[in-house]
Every structure is written in C-alpha cells, then in structure tokens.
Design a protein around this ligand. Structure first.
Ligand code: EPU
Length: 337
C-alpha cells in the first residue's frame, strides 16, 4: 500500500532540521507500490528520503520524495558460524546493530550509533572506526524505475568505495533500495585499531560486543552533536584524497597533520578534513543561525531555524578558507538537493 502527501513540510524529516518543503511525498511498502506509481506517472525529479540523515534541502523540492516504510528483518540462513540476513530499507540502522550485539553476531558493532536507515547505509557505504558497511553487505535489492522490476546486486556489483557506491552514480535516479542482505558471524573479530577505541574498550573490561558498542557510542556522543538537539548531518565533508607528494609537502609546513594510506592507491593519501578546517581556525565558527561544530570541525550545525541555503553558504565559505590556506579542495559528503 502507498500513501501520497502533497506540499509537505520537511523540517522534521531531515536531521539538519532546515525549514524546507516538498511538492509530494510517497510512502510505499512494496515493489508493487512502486511499479504502480511509476507505471502511471513519470516524475521528472524524485529522490528517496530515508531518515533524512545525510540530505540537505536547500530550497523547496519540486519533485517526489519516496519514503520506504517496511522495516522487516529476516534470517535467511544460519550455519552455526555465519548468519545471513535480509533487512528492509526502513529498518533503523542502529536498531540492527543493537540486535546483532544481543544475538552475539559480529561484523557491524563498530558502526554503532550512526544515524541512518538500513536502506541508506549502502548508498554512501557508511563507515566509522575502521569499519565500512560494505564488508558486511552481501547483496542489495532495489526497484529499477526504468525497467519497472526488482534487481538484486551482489556486493561486487555495488561499486563500493570510501563513502561511494554505484547508487550515488550510475544508479542515481534509477534505483530505489528495497532491502539489504548482510552476513554476520559468531567468531569474535574485534576491530580496535582506530583512535581511542582500544582504550575505551579496555576501560569497560575488554573486547566483548557489548563493550565495543558502548565504547563507540560514548566516543561518538562525546564528539558528534545529537541531531535531536542540534541539527546536523554528521560529517558534512568527505576526507579529501590527494597525491602523496602534496601531503608530504604540507607535512613540511604542518608536522602534526594526519594523513592515511588509501587501500589500492599507493600514490594517494587521505587527509583529515576535520583537521584542515580546525587548523584553518574555523572550529566553533558561527555565522548567524549556522556554524561549525565546536568539538568536531567536520560537522556543520543548524543552531535553530536555518534554511538549507544558509548551510550551503557556510559550506562554501569553509571550502574557500581551507583552499586558501592549504591549497586542498574539500567537498561535501552530504547529498545536496
Ligand atoms: N581532527 C581535528 N580537529 C577536528 C576534527 C578532527 O584535528 O575538529 C583530527 C583528529 O584529531 C584526527 C583526524 O582529524 O587526527 C581525523 O578525525 P577523526 O578521527 O575524528 O575522524 P574523521 O576523519 O574526522 C571519520 C568519518 C566519521 C567517523 C569517524 C570515526 C568521514 C568524512 N568521517 O571522521 O563519519 O565517525 O571517521 O571513524 O569519513 C559521518 O560520516 O557522518 C561520520 C561521522
């Protein structure tokens, strides 16, 4: 079954809390609902709105927002070691992580407390604390609005990269994700190599699933603002990937500048956009109703009542200050509409 709403207020449907609206919003349950909708109408513009955690509306959206409402979770197979799951798009991501911890299943615990729906997770290959969701995903099922049929892509076909997937590129405007299949496992595989994780896990008594989840929730909440309190979309910018010699030249000027290897690209490194913004003097910067978060410079915040246009103006300003100071271009990871 589907429900259609016209002229809808989006303020409570995006984690930035910006004051914008959309011409139409369609809540759908099944692929048949989508088939019926796209057979009858050919909307020029449409976009899937999950939890609205990684989307910035900068003006009234004169198109159709598609909102999945089914949130089922099904065990497809369990061989005693691996558990294969199929989870529908509207399932809350963190509720899935909590369930996996209760069930003693490893694989997604480092992705605790990421605000997302399950359907949105593969789009930008959500990642944190040395883990990426691509390592747990086995397949993604979507509705193809051109072919009017359901397609199932294997992990290899999803084109996963750092905050990237085929759903942001070739399948943008084509695919409506219906469900994600994941493989979790019972053998303990703690992944504690990132930053303060090991210290926080040890402080809680060692590397159990529950302790890792609690440690990561604590680290995140100490740095990242809660969107229910202050509007934000997590990291606003991607960490830029630059040629290694550029990072090495910058290191001669800024000896404490962090950078990281990029798997498969020995000539490139990833810089920390948060560090660049911080060192450009913008951490805690405020301009009217918007600002740069004071504990994590990668995050832009809505202090209350801001429009998407005000956030974009701030983002442009941050990019230009970073470019002037370091010569490095940073770009948003948030979807801008
Ligand atoms: N840094 C600063 N100042 C800041 C922020 C960071 O100096 O204001 C430095 C840190 O000290 C560190 C480096 O920059 O040396 C990297 O910072 P951090 O470890 O906090 O991680 P990040 O690169 O800023 C990424 C993800 C986050 C994820 C964390 C933890 C991106 C764009 N962001 O942030 O993801 O939670 O790692 O794994 O890759 C998100 O995507 O919404 C998100 C929050």
């Amino acid at each position: 079954m589907k429900r259609i709403y016209n002229d809808i207020n989006l303020q409570n449907r995006n984690s930035f809390g910006v004051v914008e609206s959309a011409a139409e919003l369609v809540e759908f349950e099944t692929s048949d609902d989508l088939k019926e909708y796209f057979s009858e109408r050919r909307p020029k513009r449409w976009y899937v709105l999950g939890g609205g955690n990684n989307t910035l509306f900068t003006e009234r959206y004169e198109g159709v927002l598609l909102k999945p409402v089914c949130a089922g979770r099904e065990i497809l197979a369990d061989d005693g070691e691996h558990v294969d799951l199929r989870v529908e798009a509207a399932h809350d991501w963190d509720a899935l992580v909590e369930w996996s911890v209760i069930e003693g299943l490893w694989g997604i615990e480092n992705l605790s407390a990421i605000p997302s729906s399950v359907g949105a997770a593969p789009v930008q290959n959500i990642g944190a604390y040395g883990a990426e969701v691509k390592d747990a995903i086995t397949a993604v099922e979507y509705f193809d609005v051109n072919r009017l049929e359901v397609v199932r892509l294997s992990n290899a076909e999803c084109g996963f990269g750092y905050r990237e997937s085929v759903f942001k590129h070739e399948l943008r405007g084509v695919a409506v994700i219906l469900a994600v299949e994941l493989r979790l496992h019972r053998t303990a595989t703690p992944n504690l190599g990132y930053g303060d994780v090991v210290k926080e896990v040890e402080a809680r008594g060692g590397a159990t699933l529950r302790n890792i989840r609690e440690a990561i929730c604590a680290i995140r909440s100490s740095k990242l603002p809660d969107p229910k309190v202050v509007g934000n979309a997590g990291s606003f910018f991607k960490n830029p990937i630059v040629e290694r010699h550029i990072a090495e030249e910058l290191r001669t000027l800024y000896s404490d500048m962090p950078f990281y290897d990029v798997a498969g690209s020995p000539d490139c490194v990833k810089l920390a956009a948060g560090w660049l913004i911080d060192r450009a003097g913008l951490k805690g910067y405020r301009c009217g109703r918007v600002g740069v978060h004071d504990r994590q410079a990668l995050v832009l915040v809505n202090h209350g009542g801001a429009t998407g246009g005000e956030v974009i103006a701030l983002a442009d300003y941050v990019c230009s200050v970073v470019k002037d100071k370091f010569g490095v271009a940073i770009s948003p990871e948030v979807n801008i509409l």
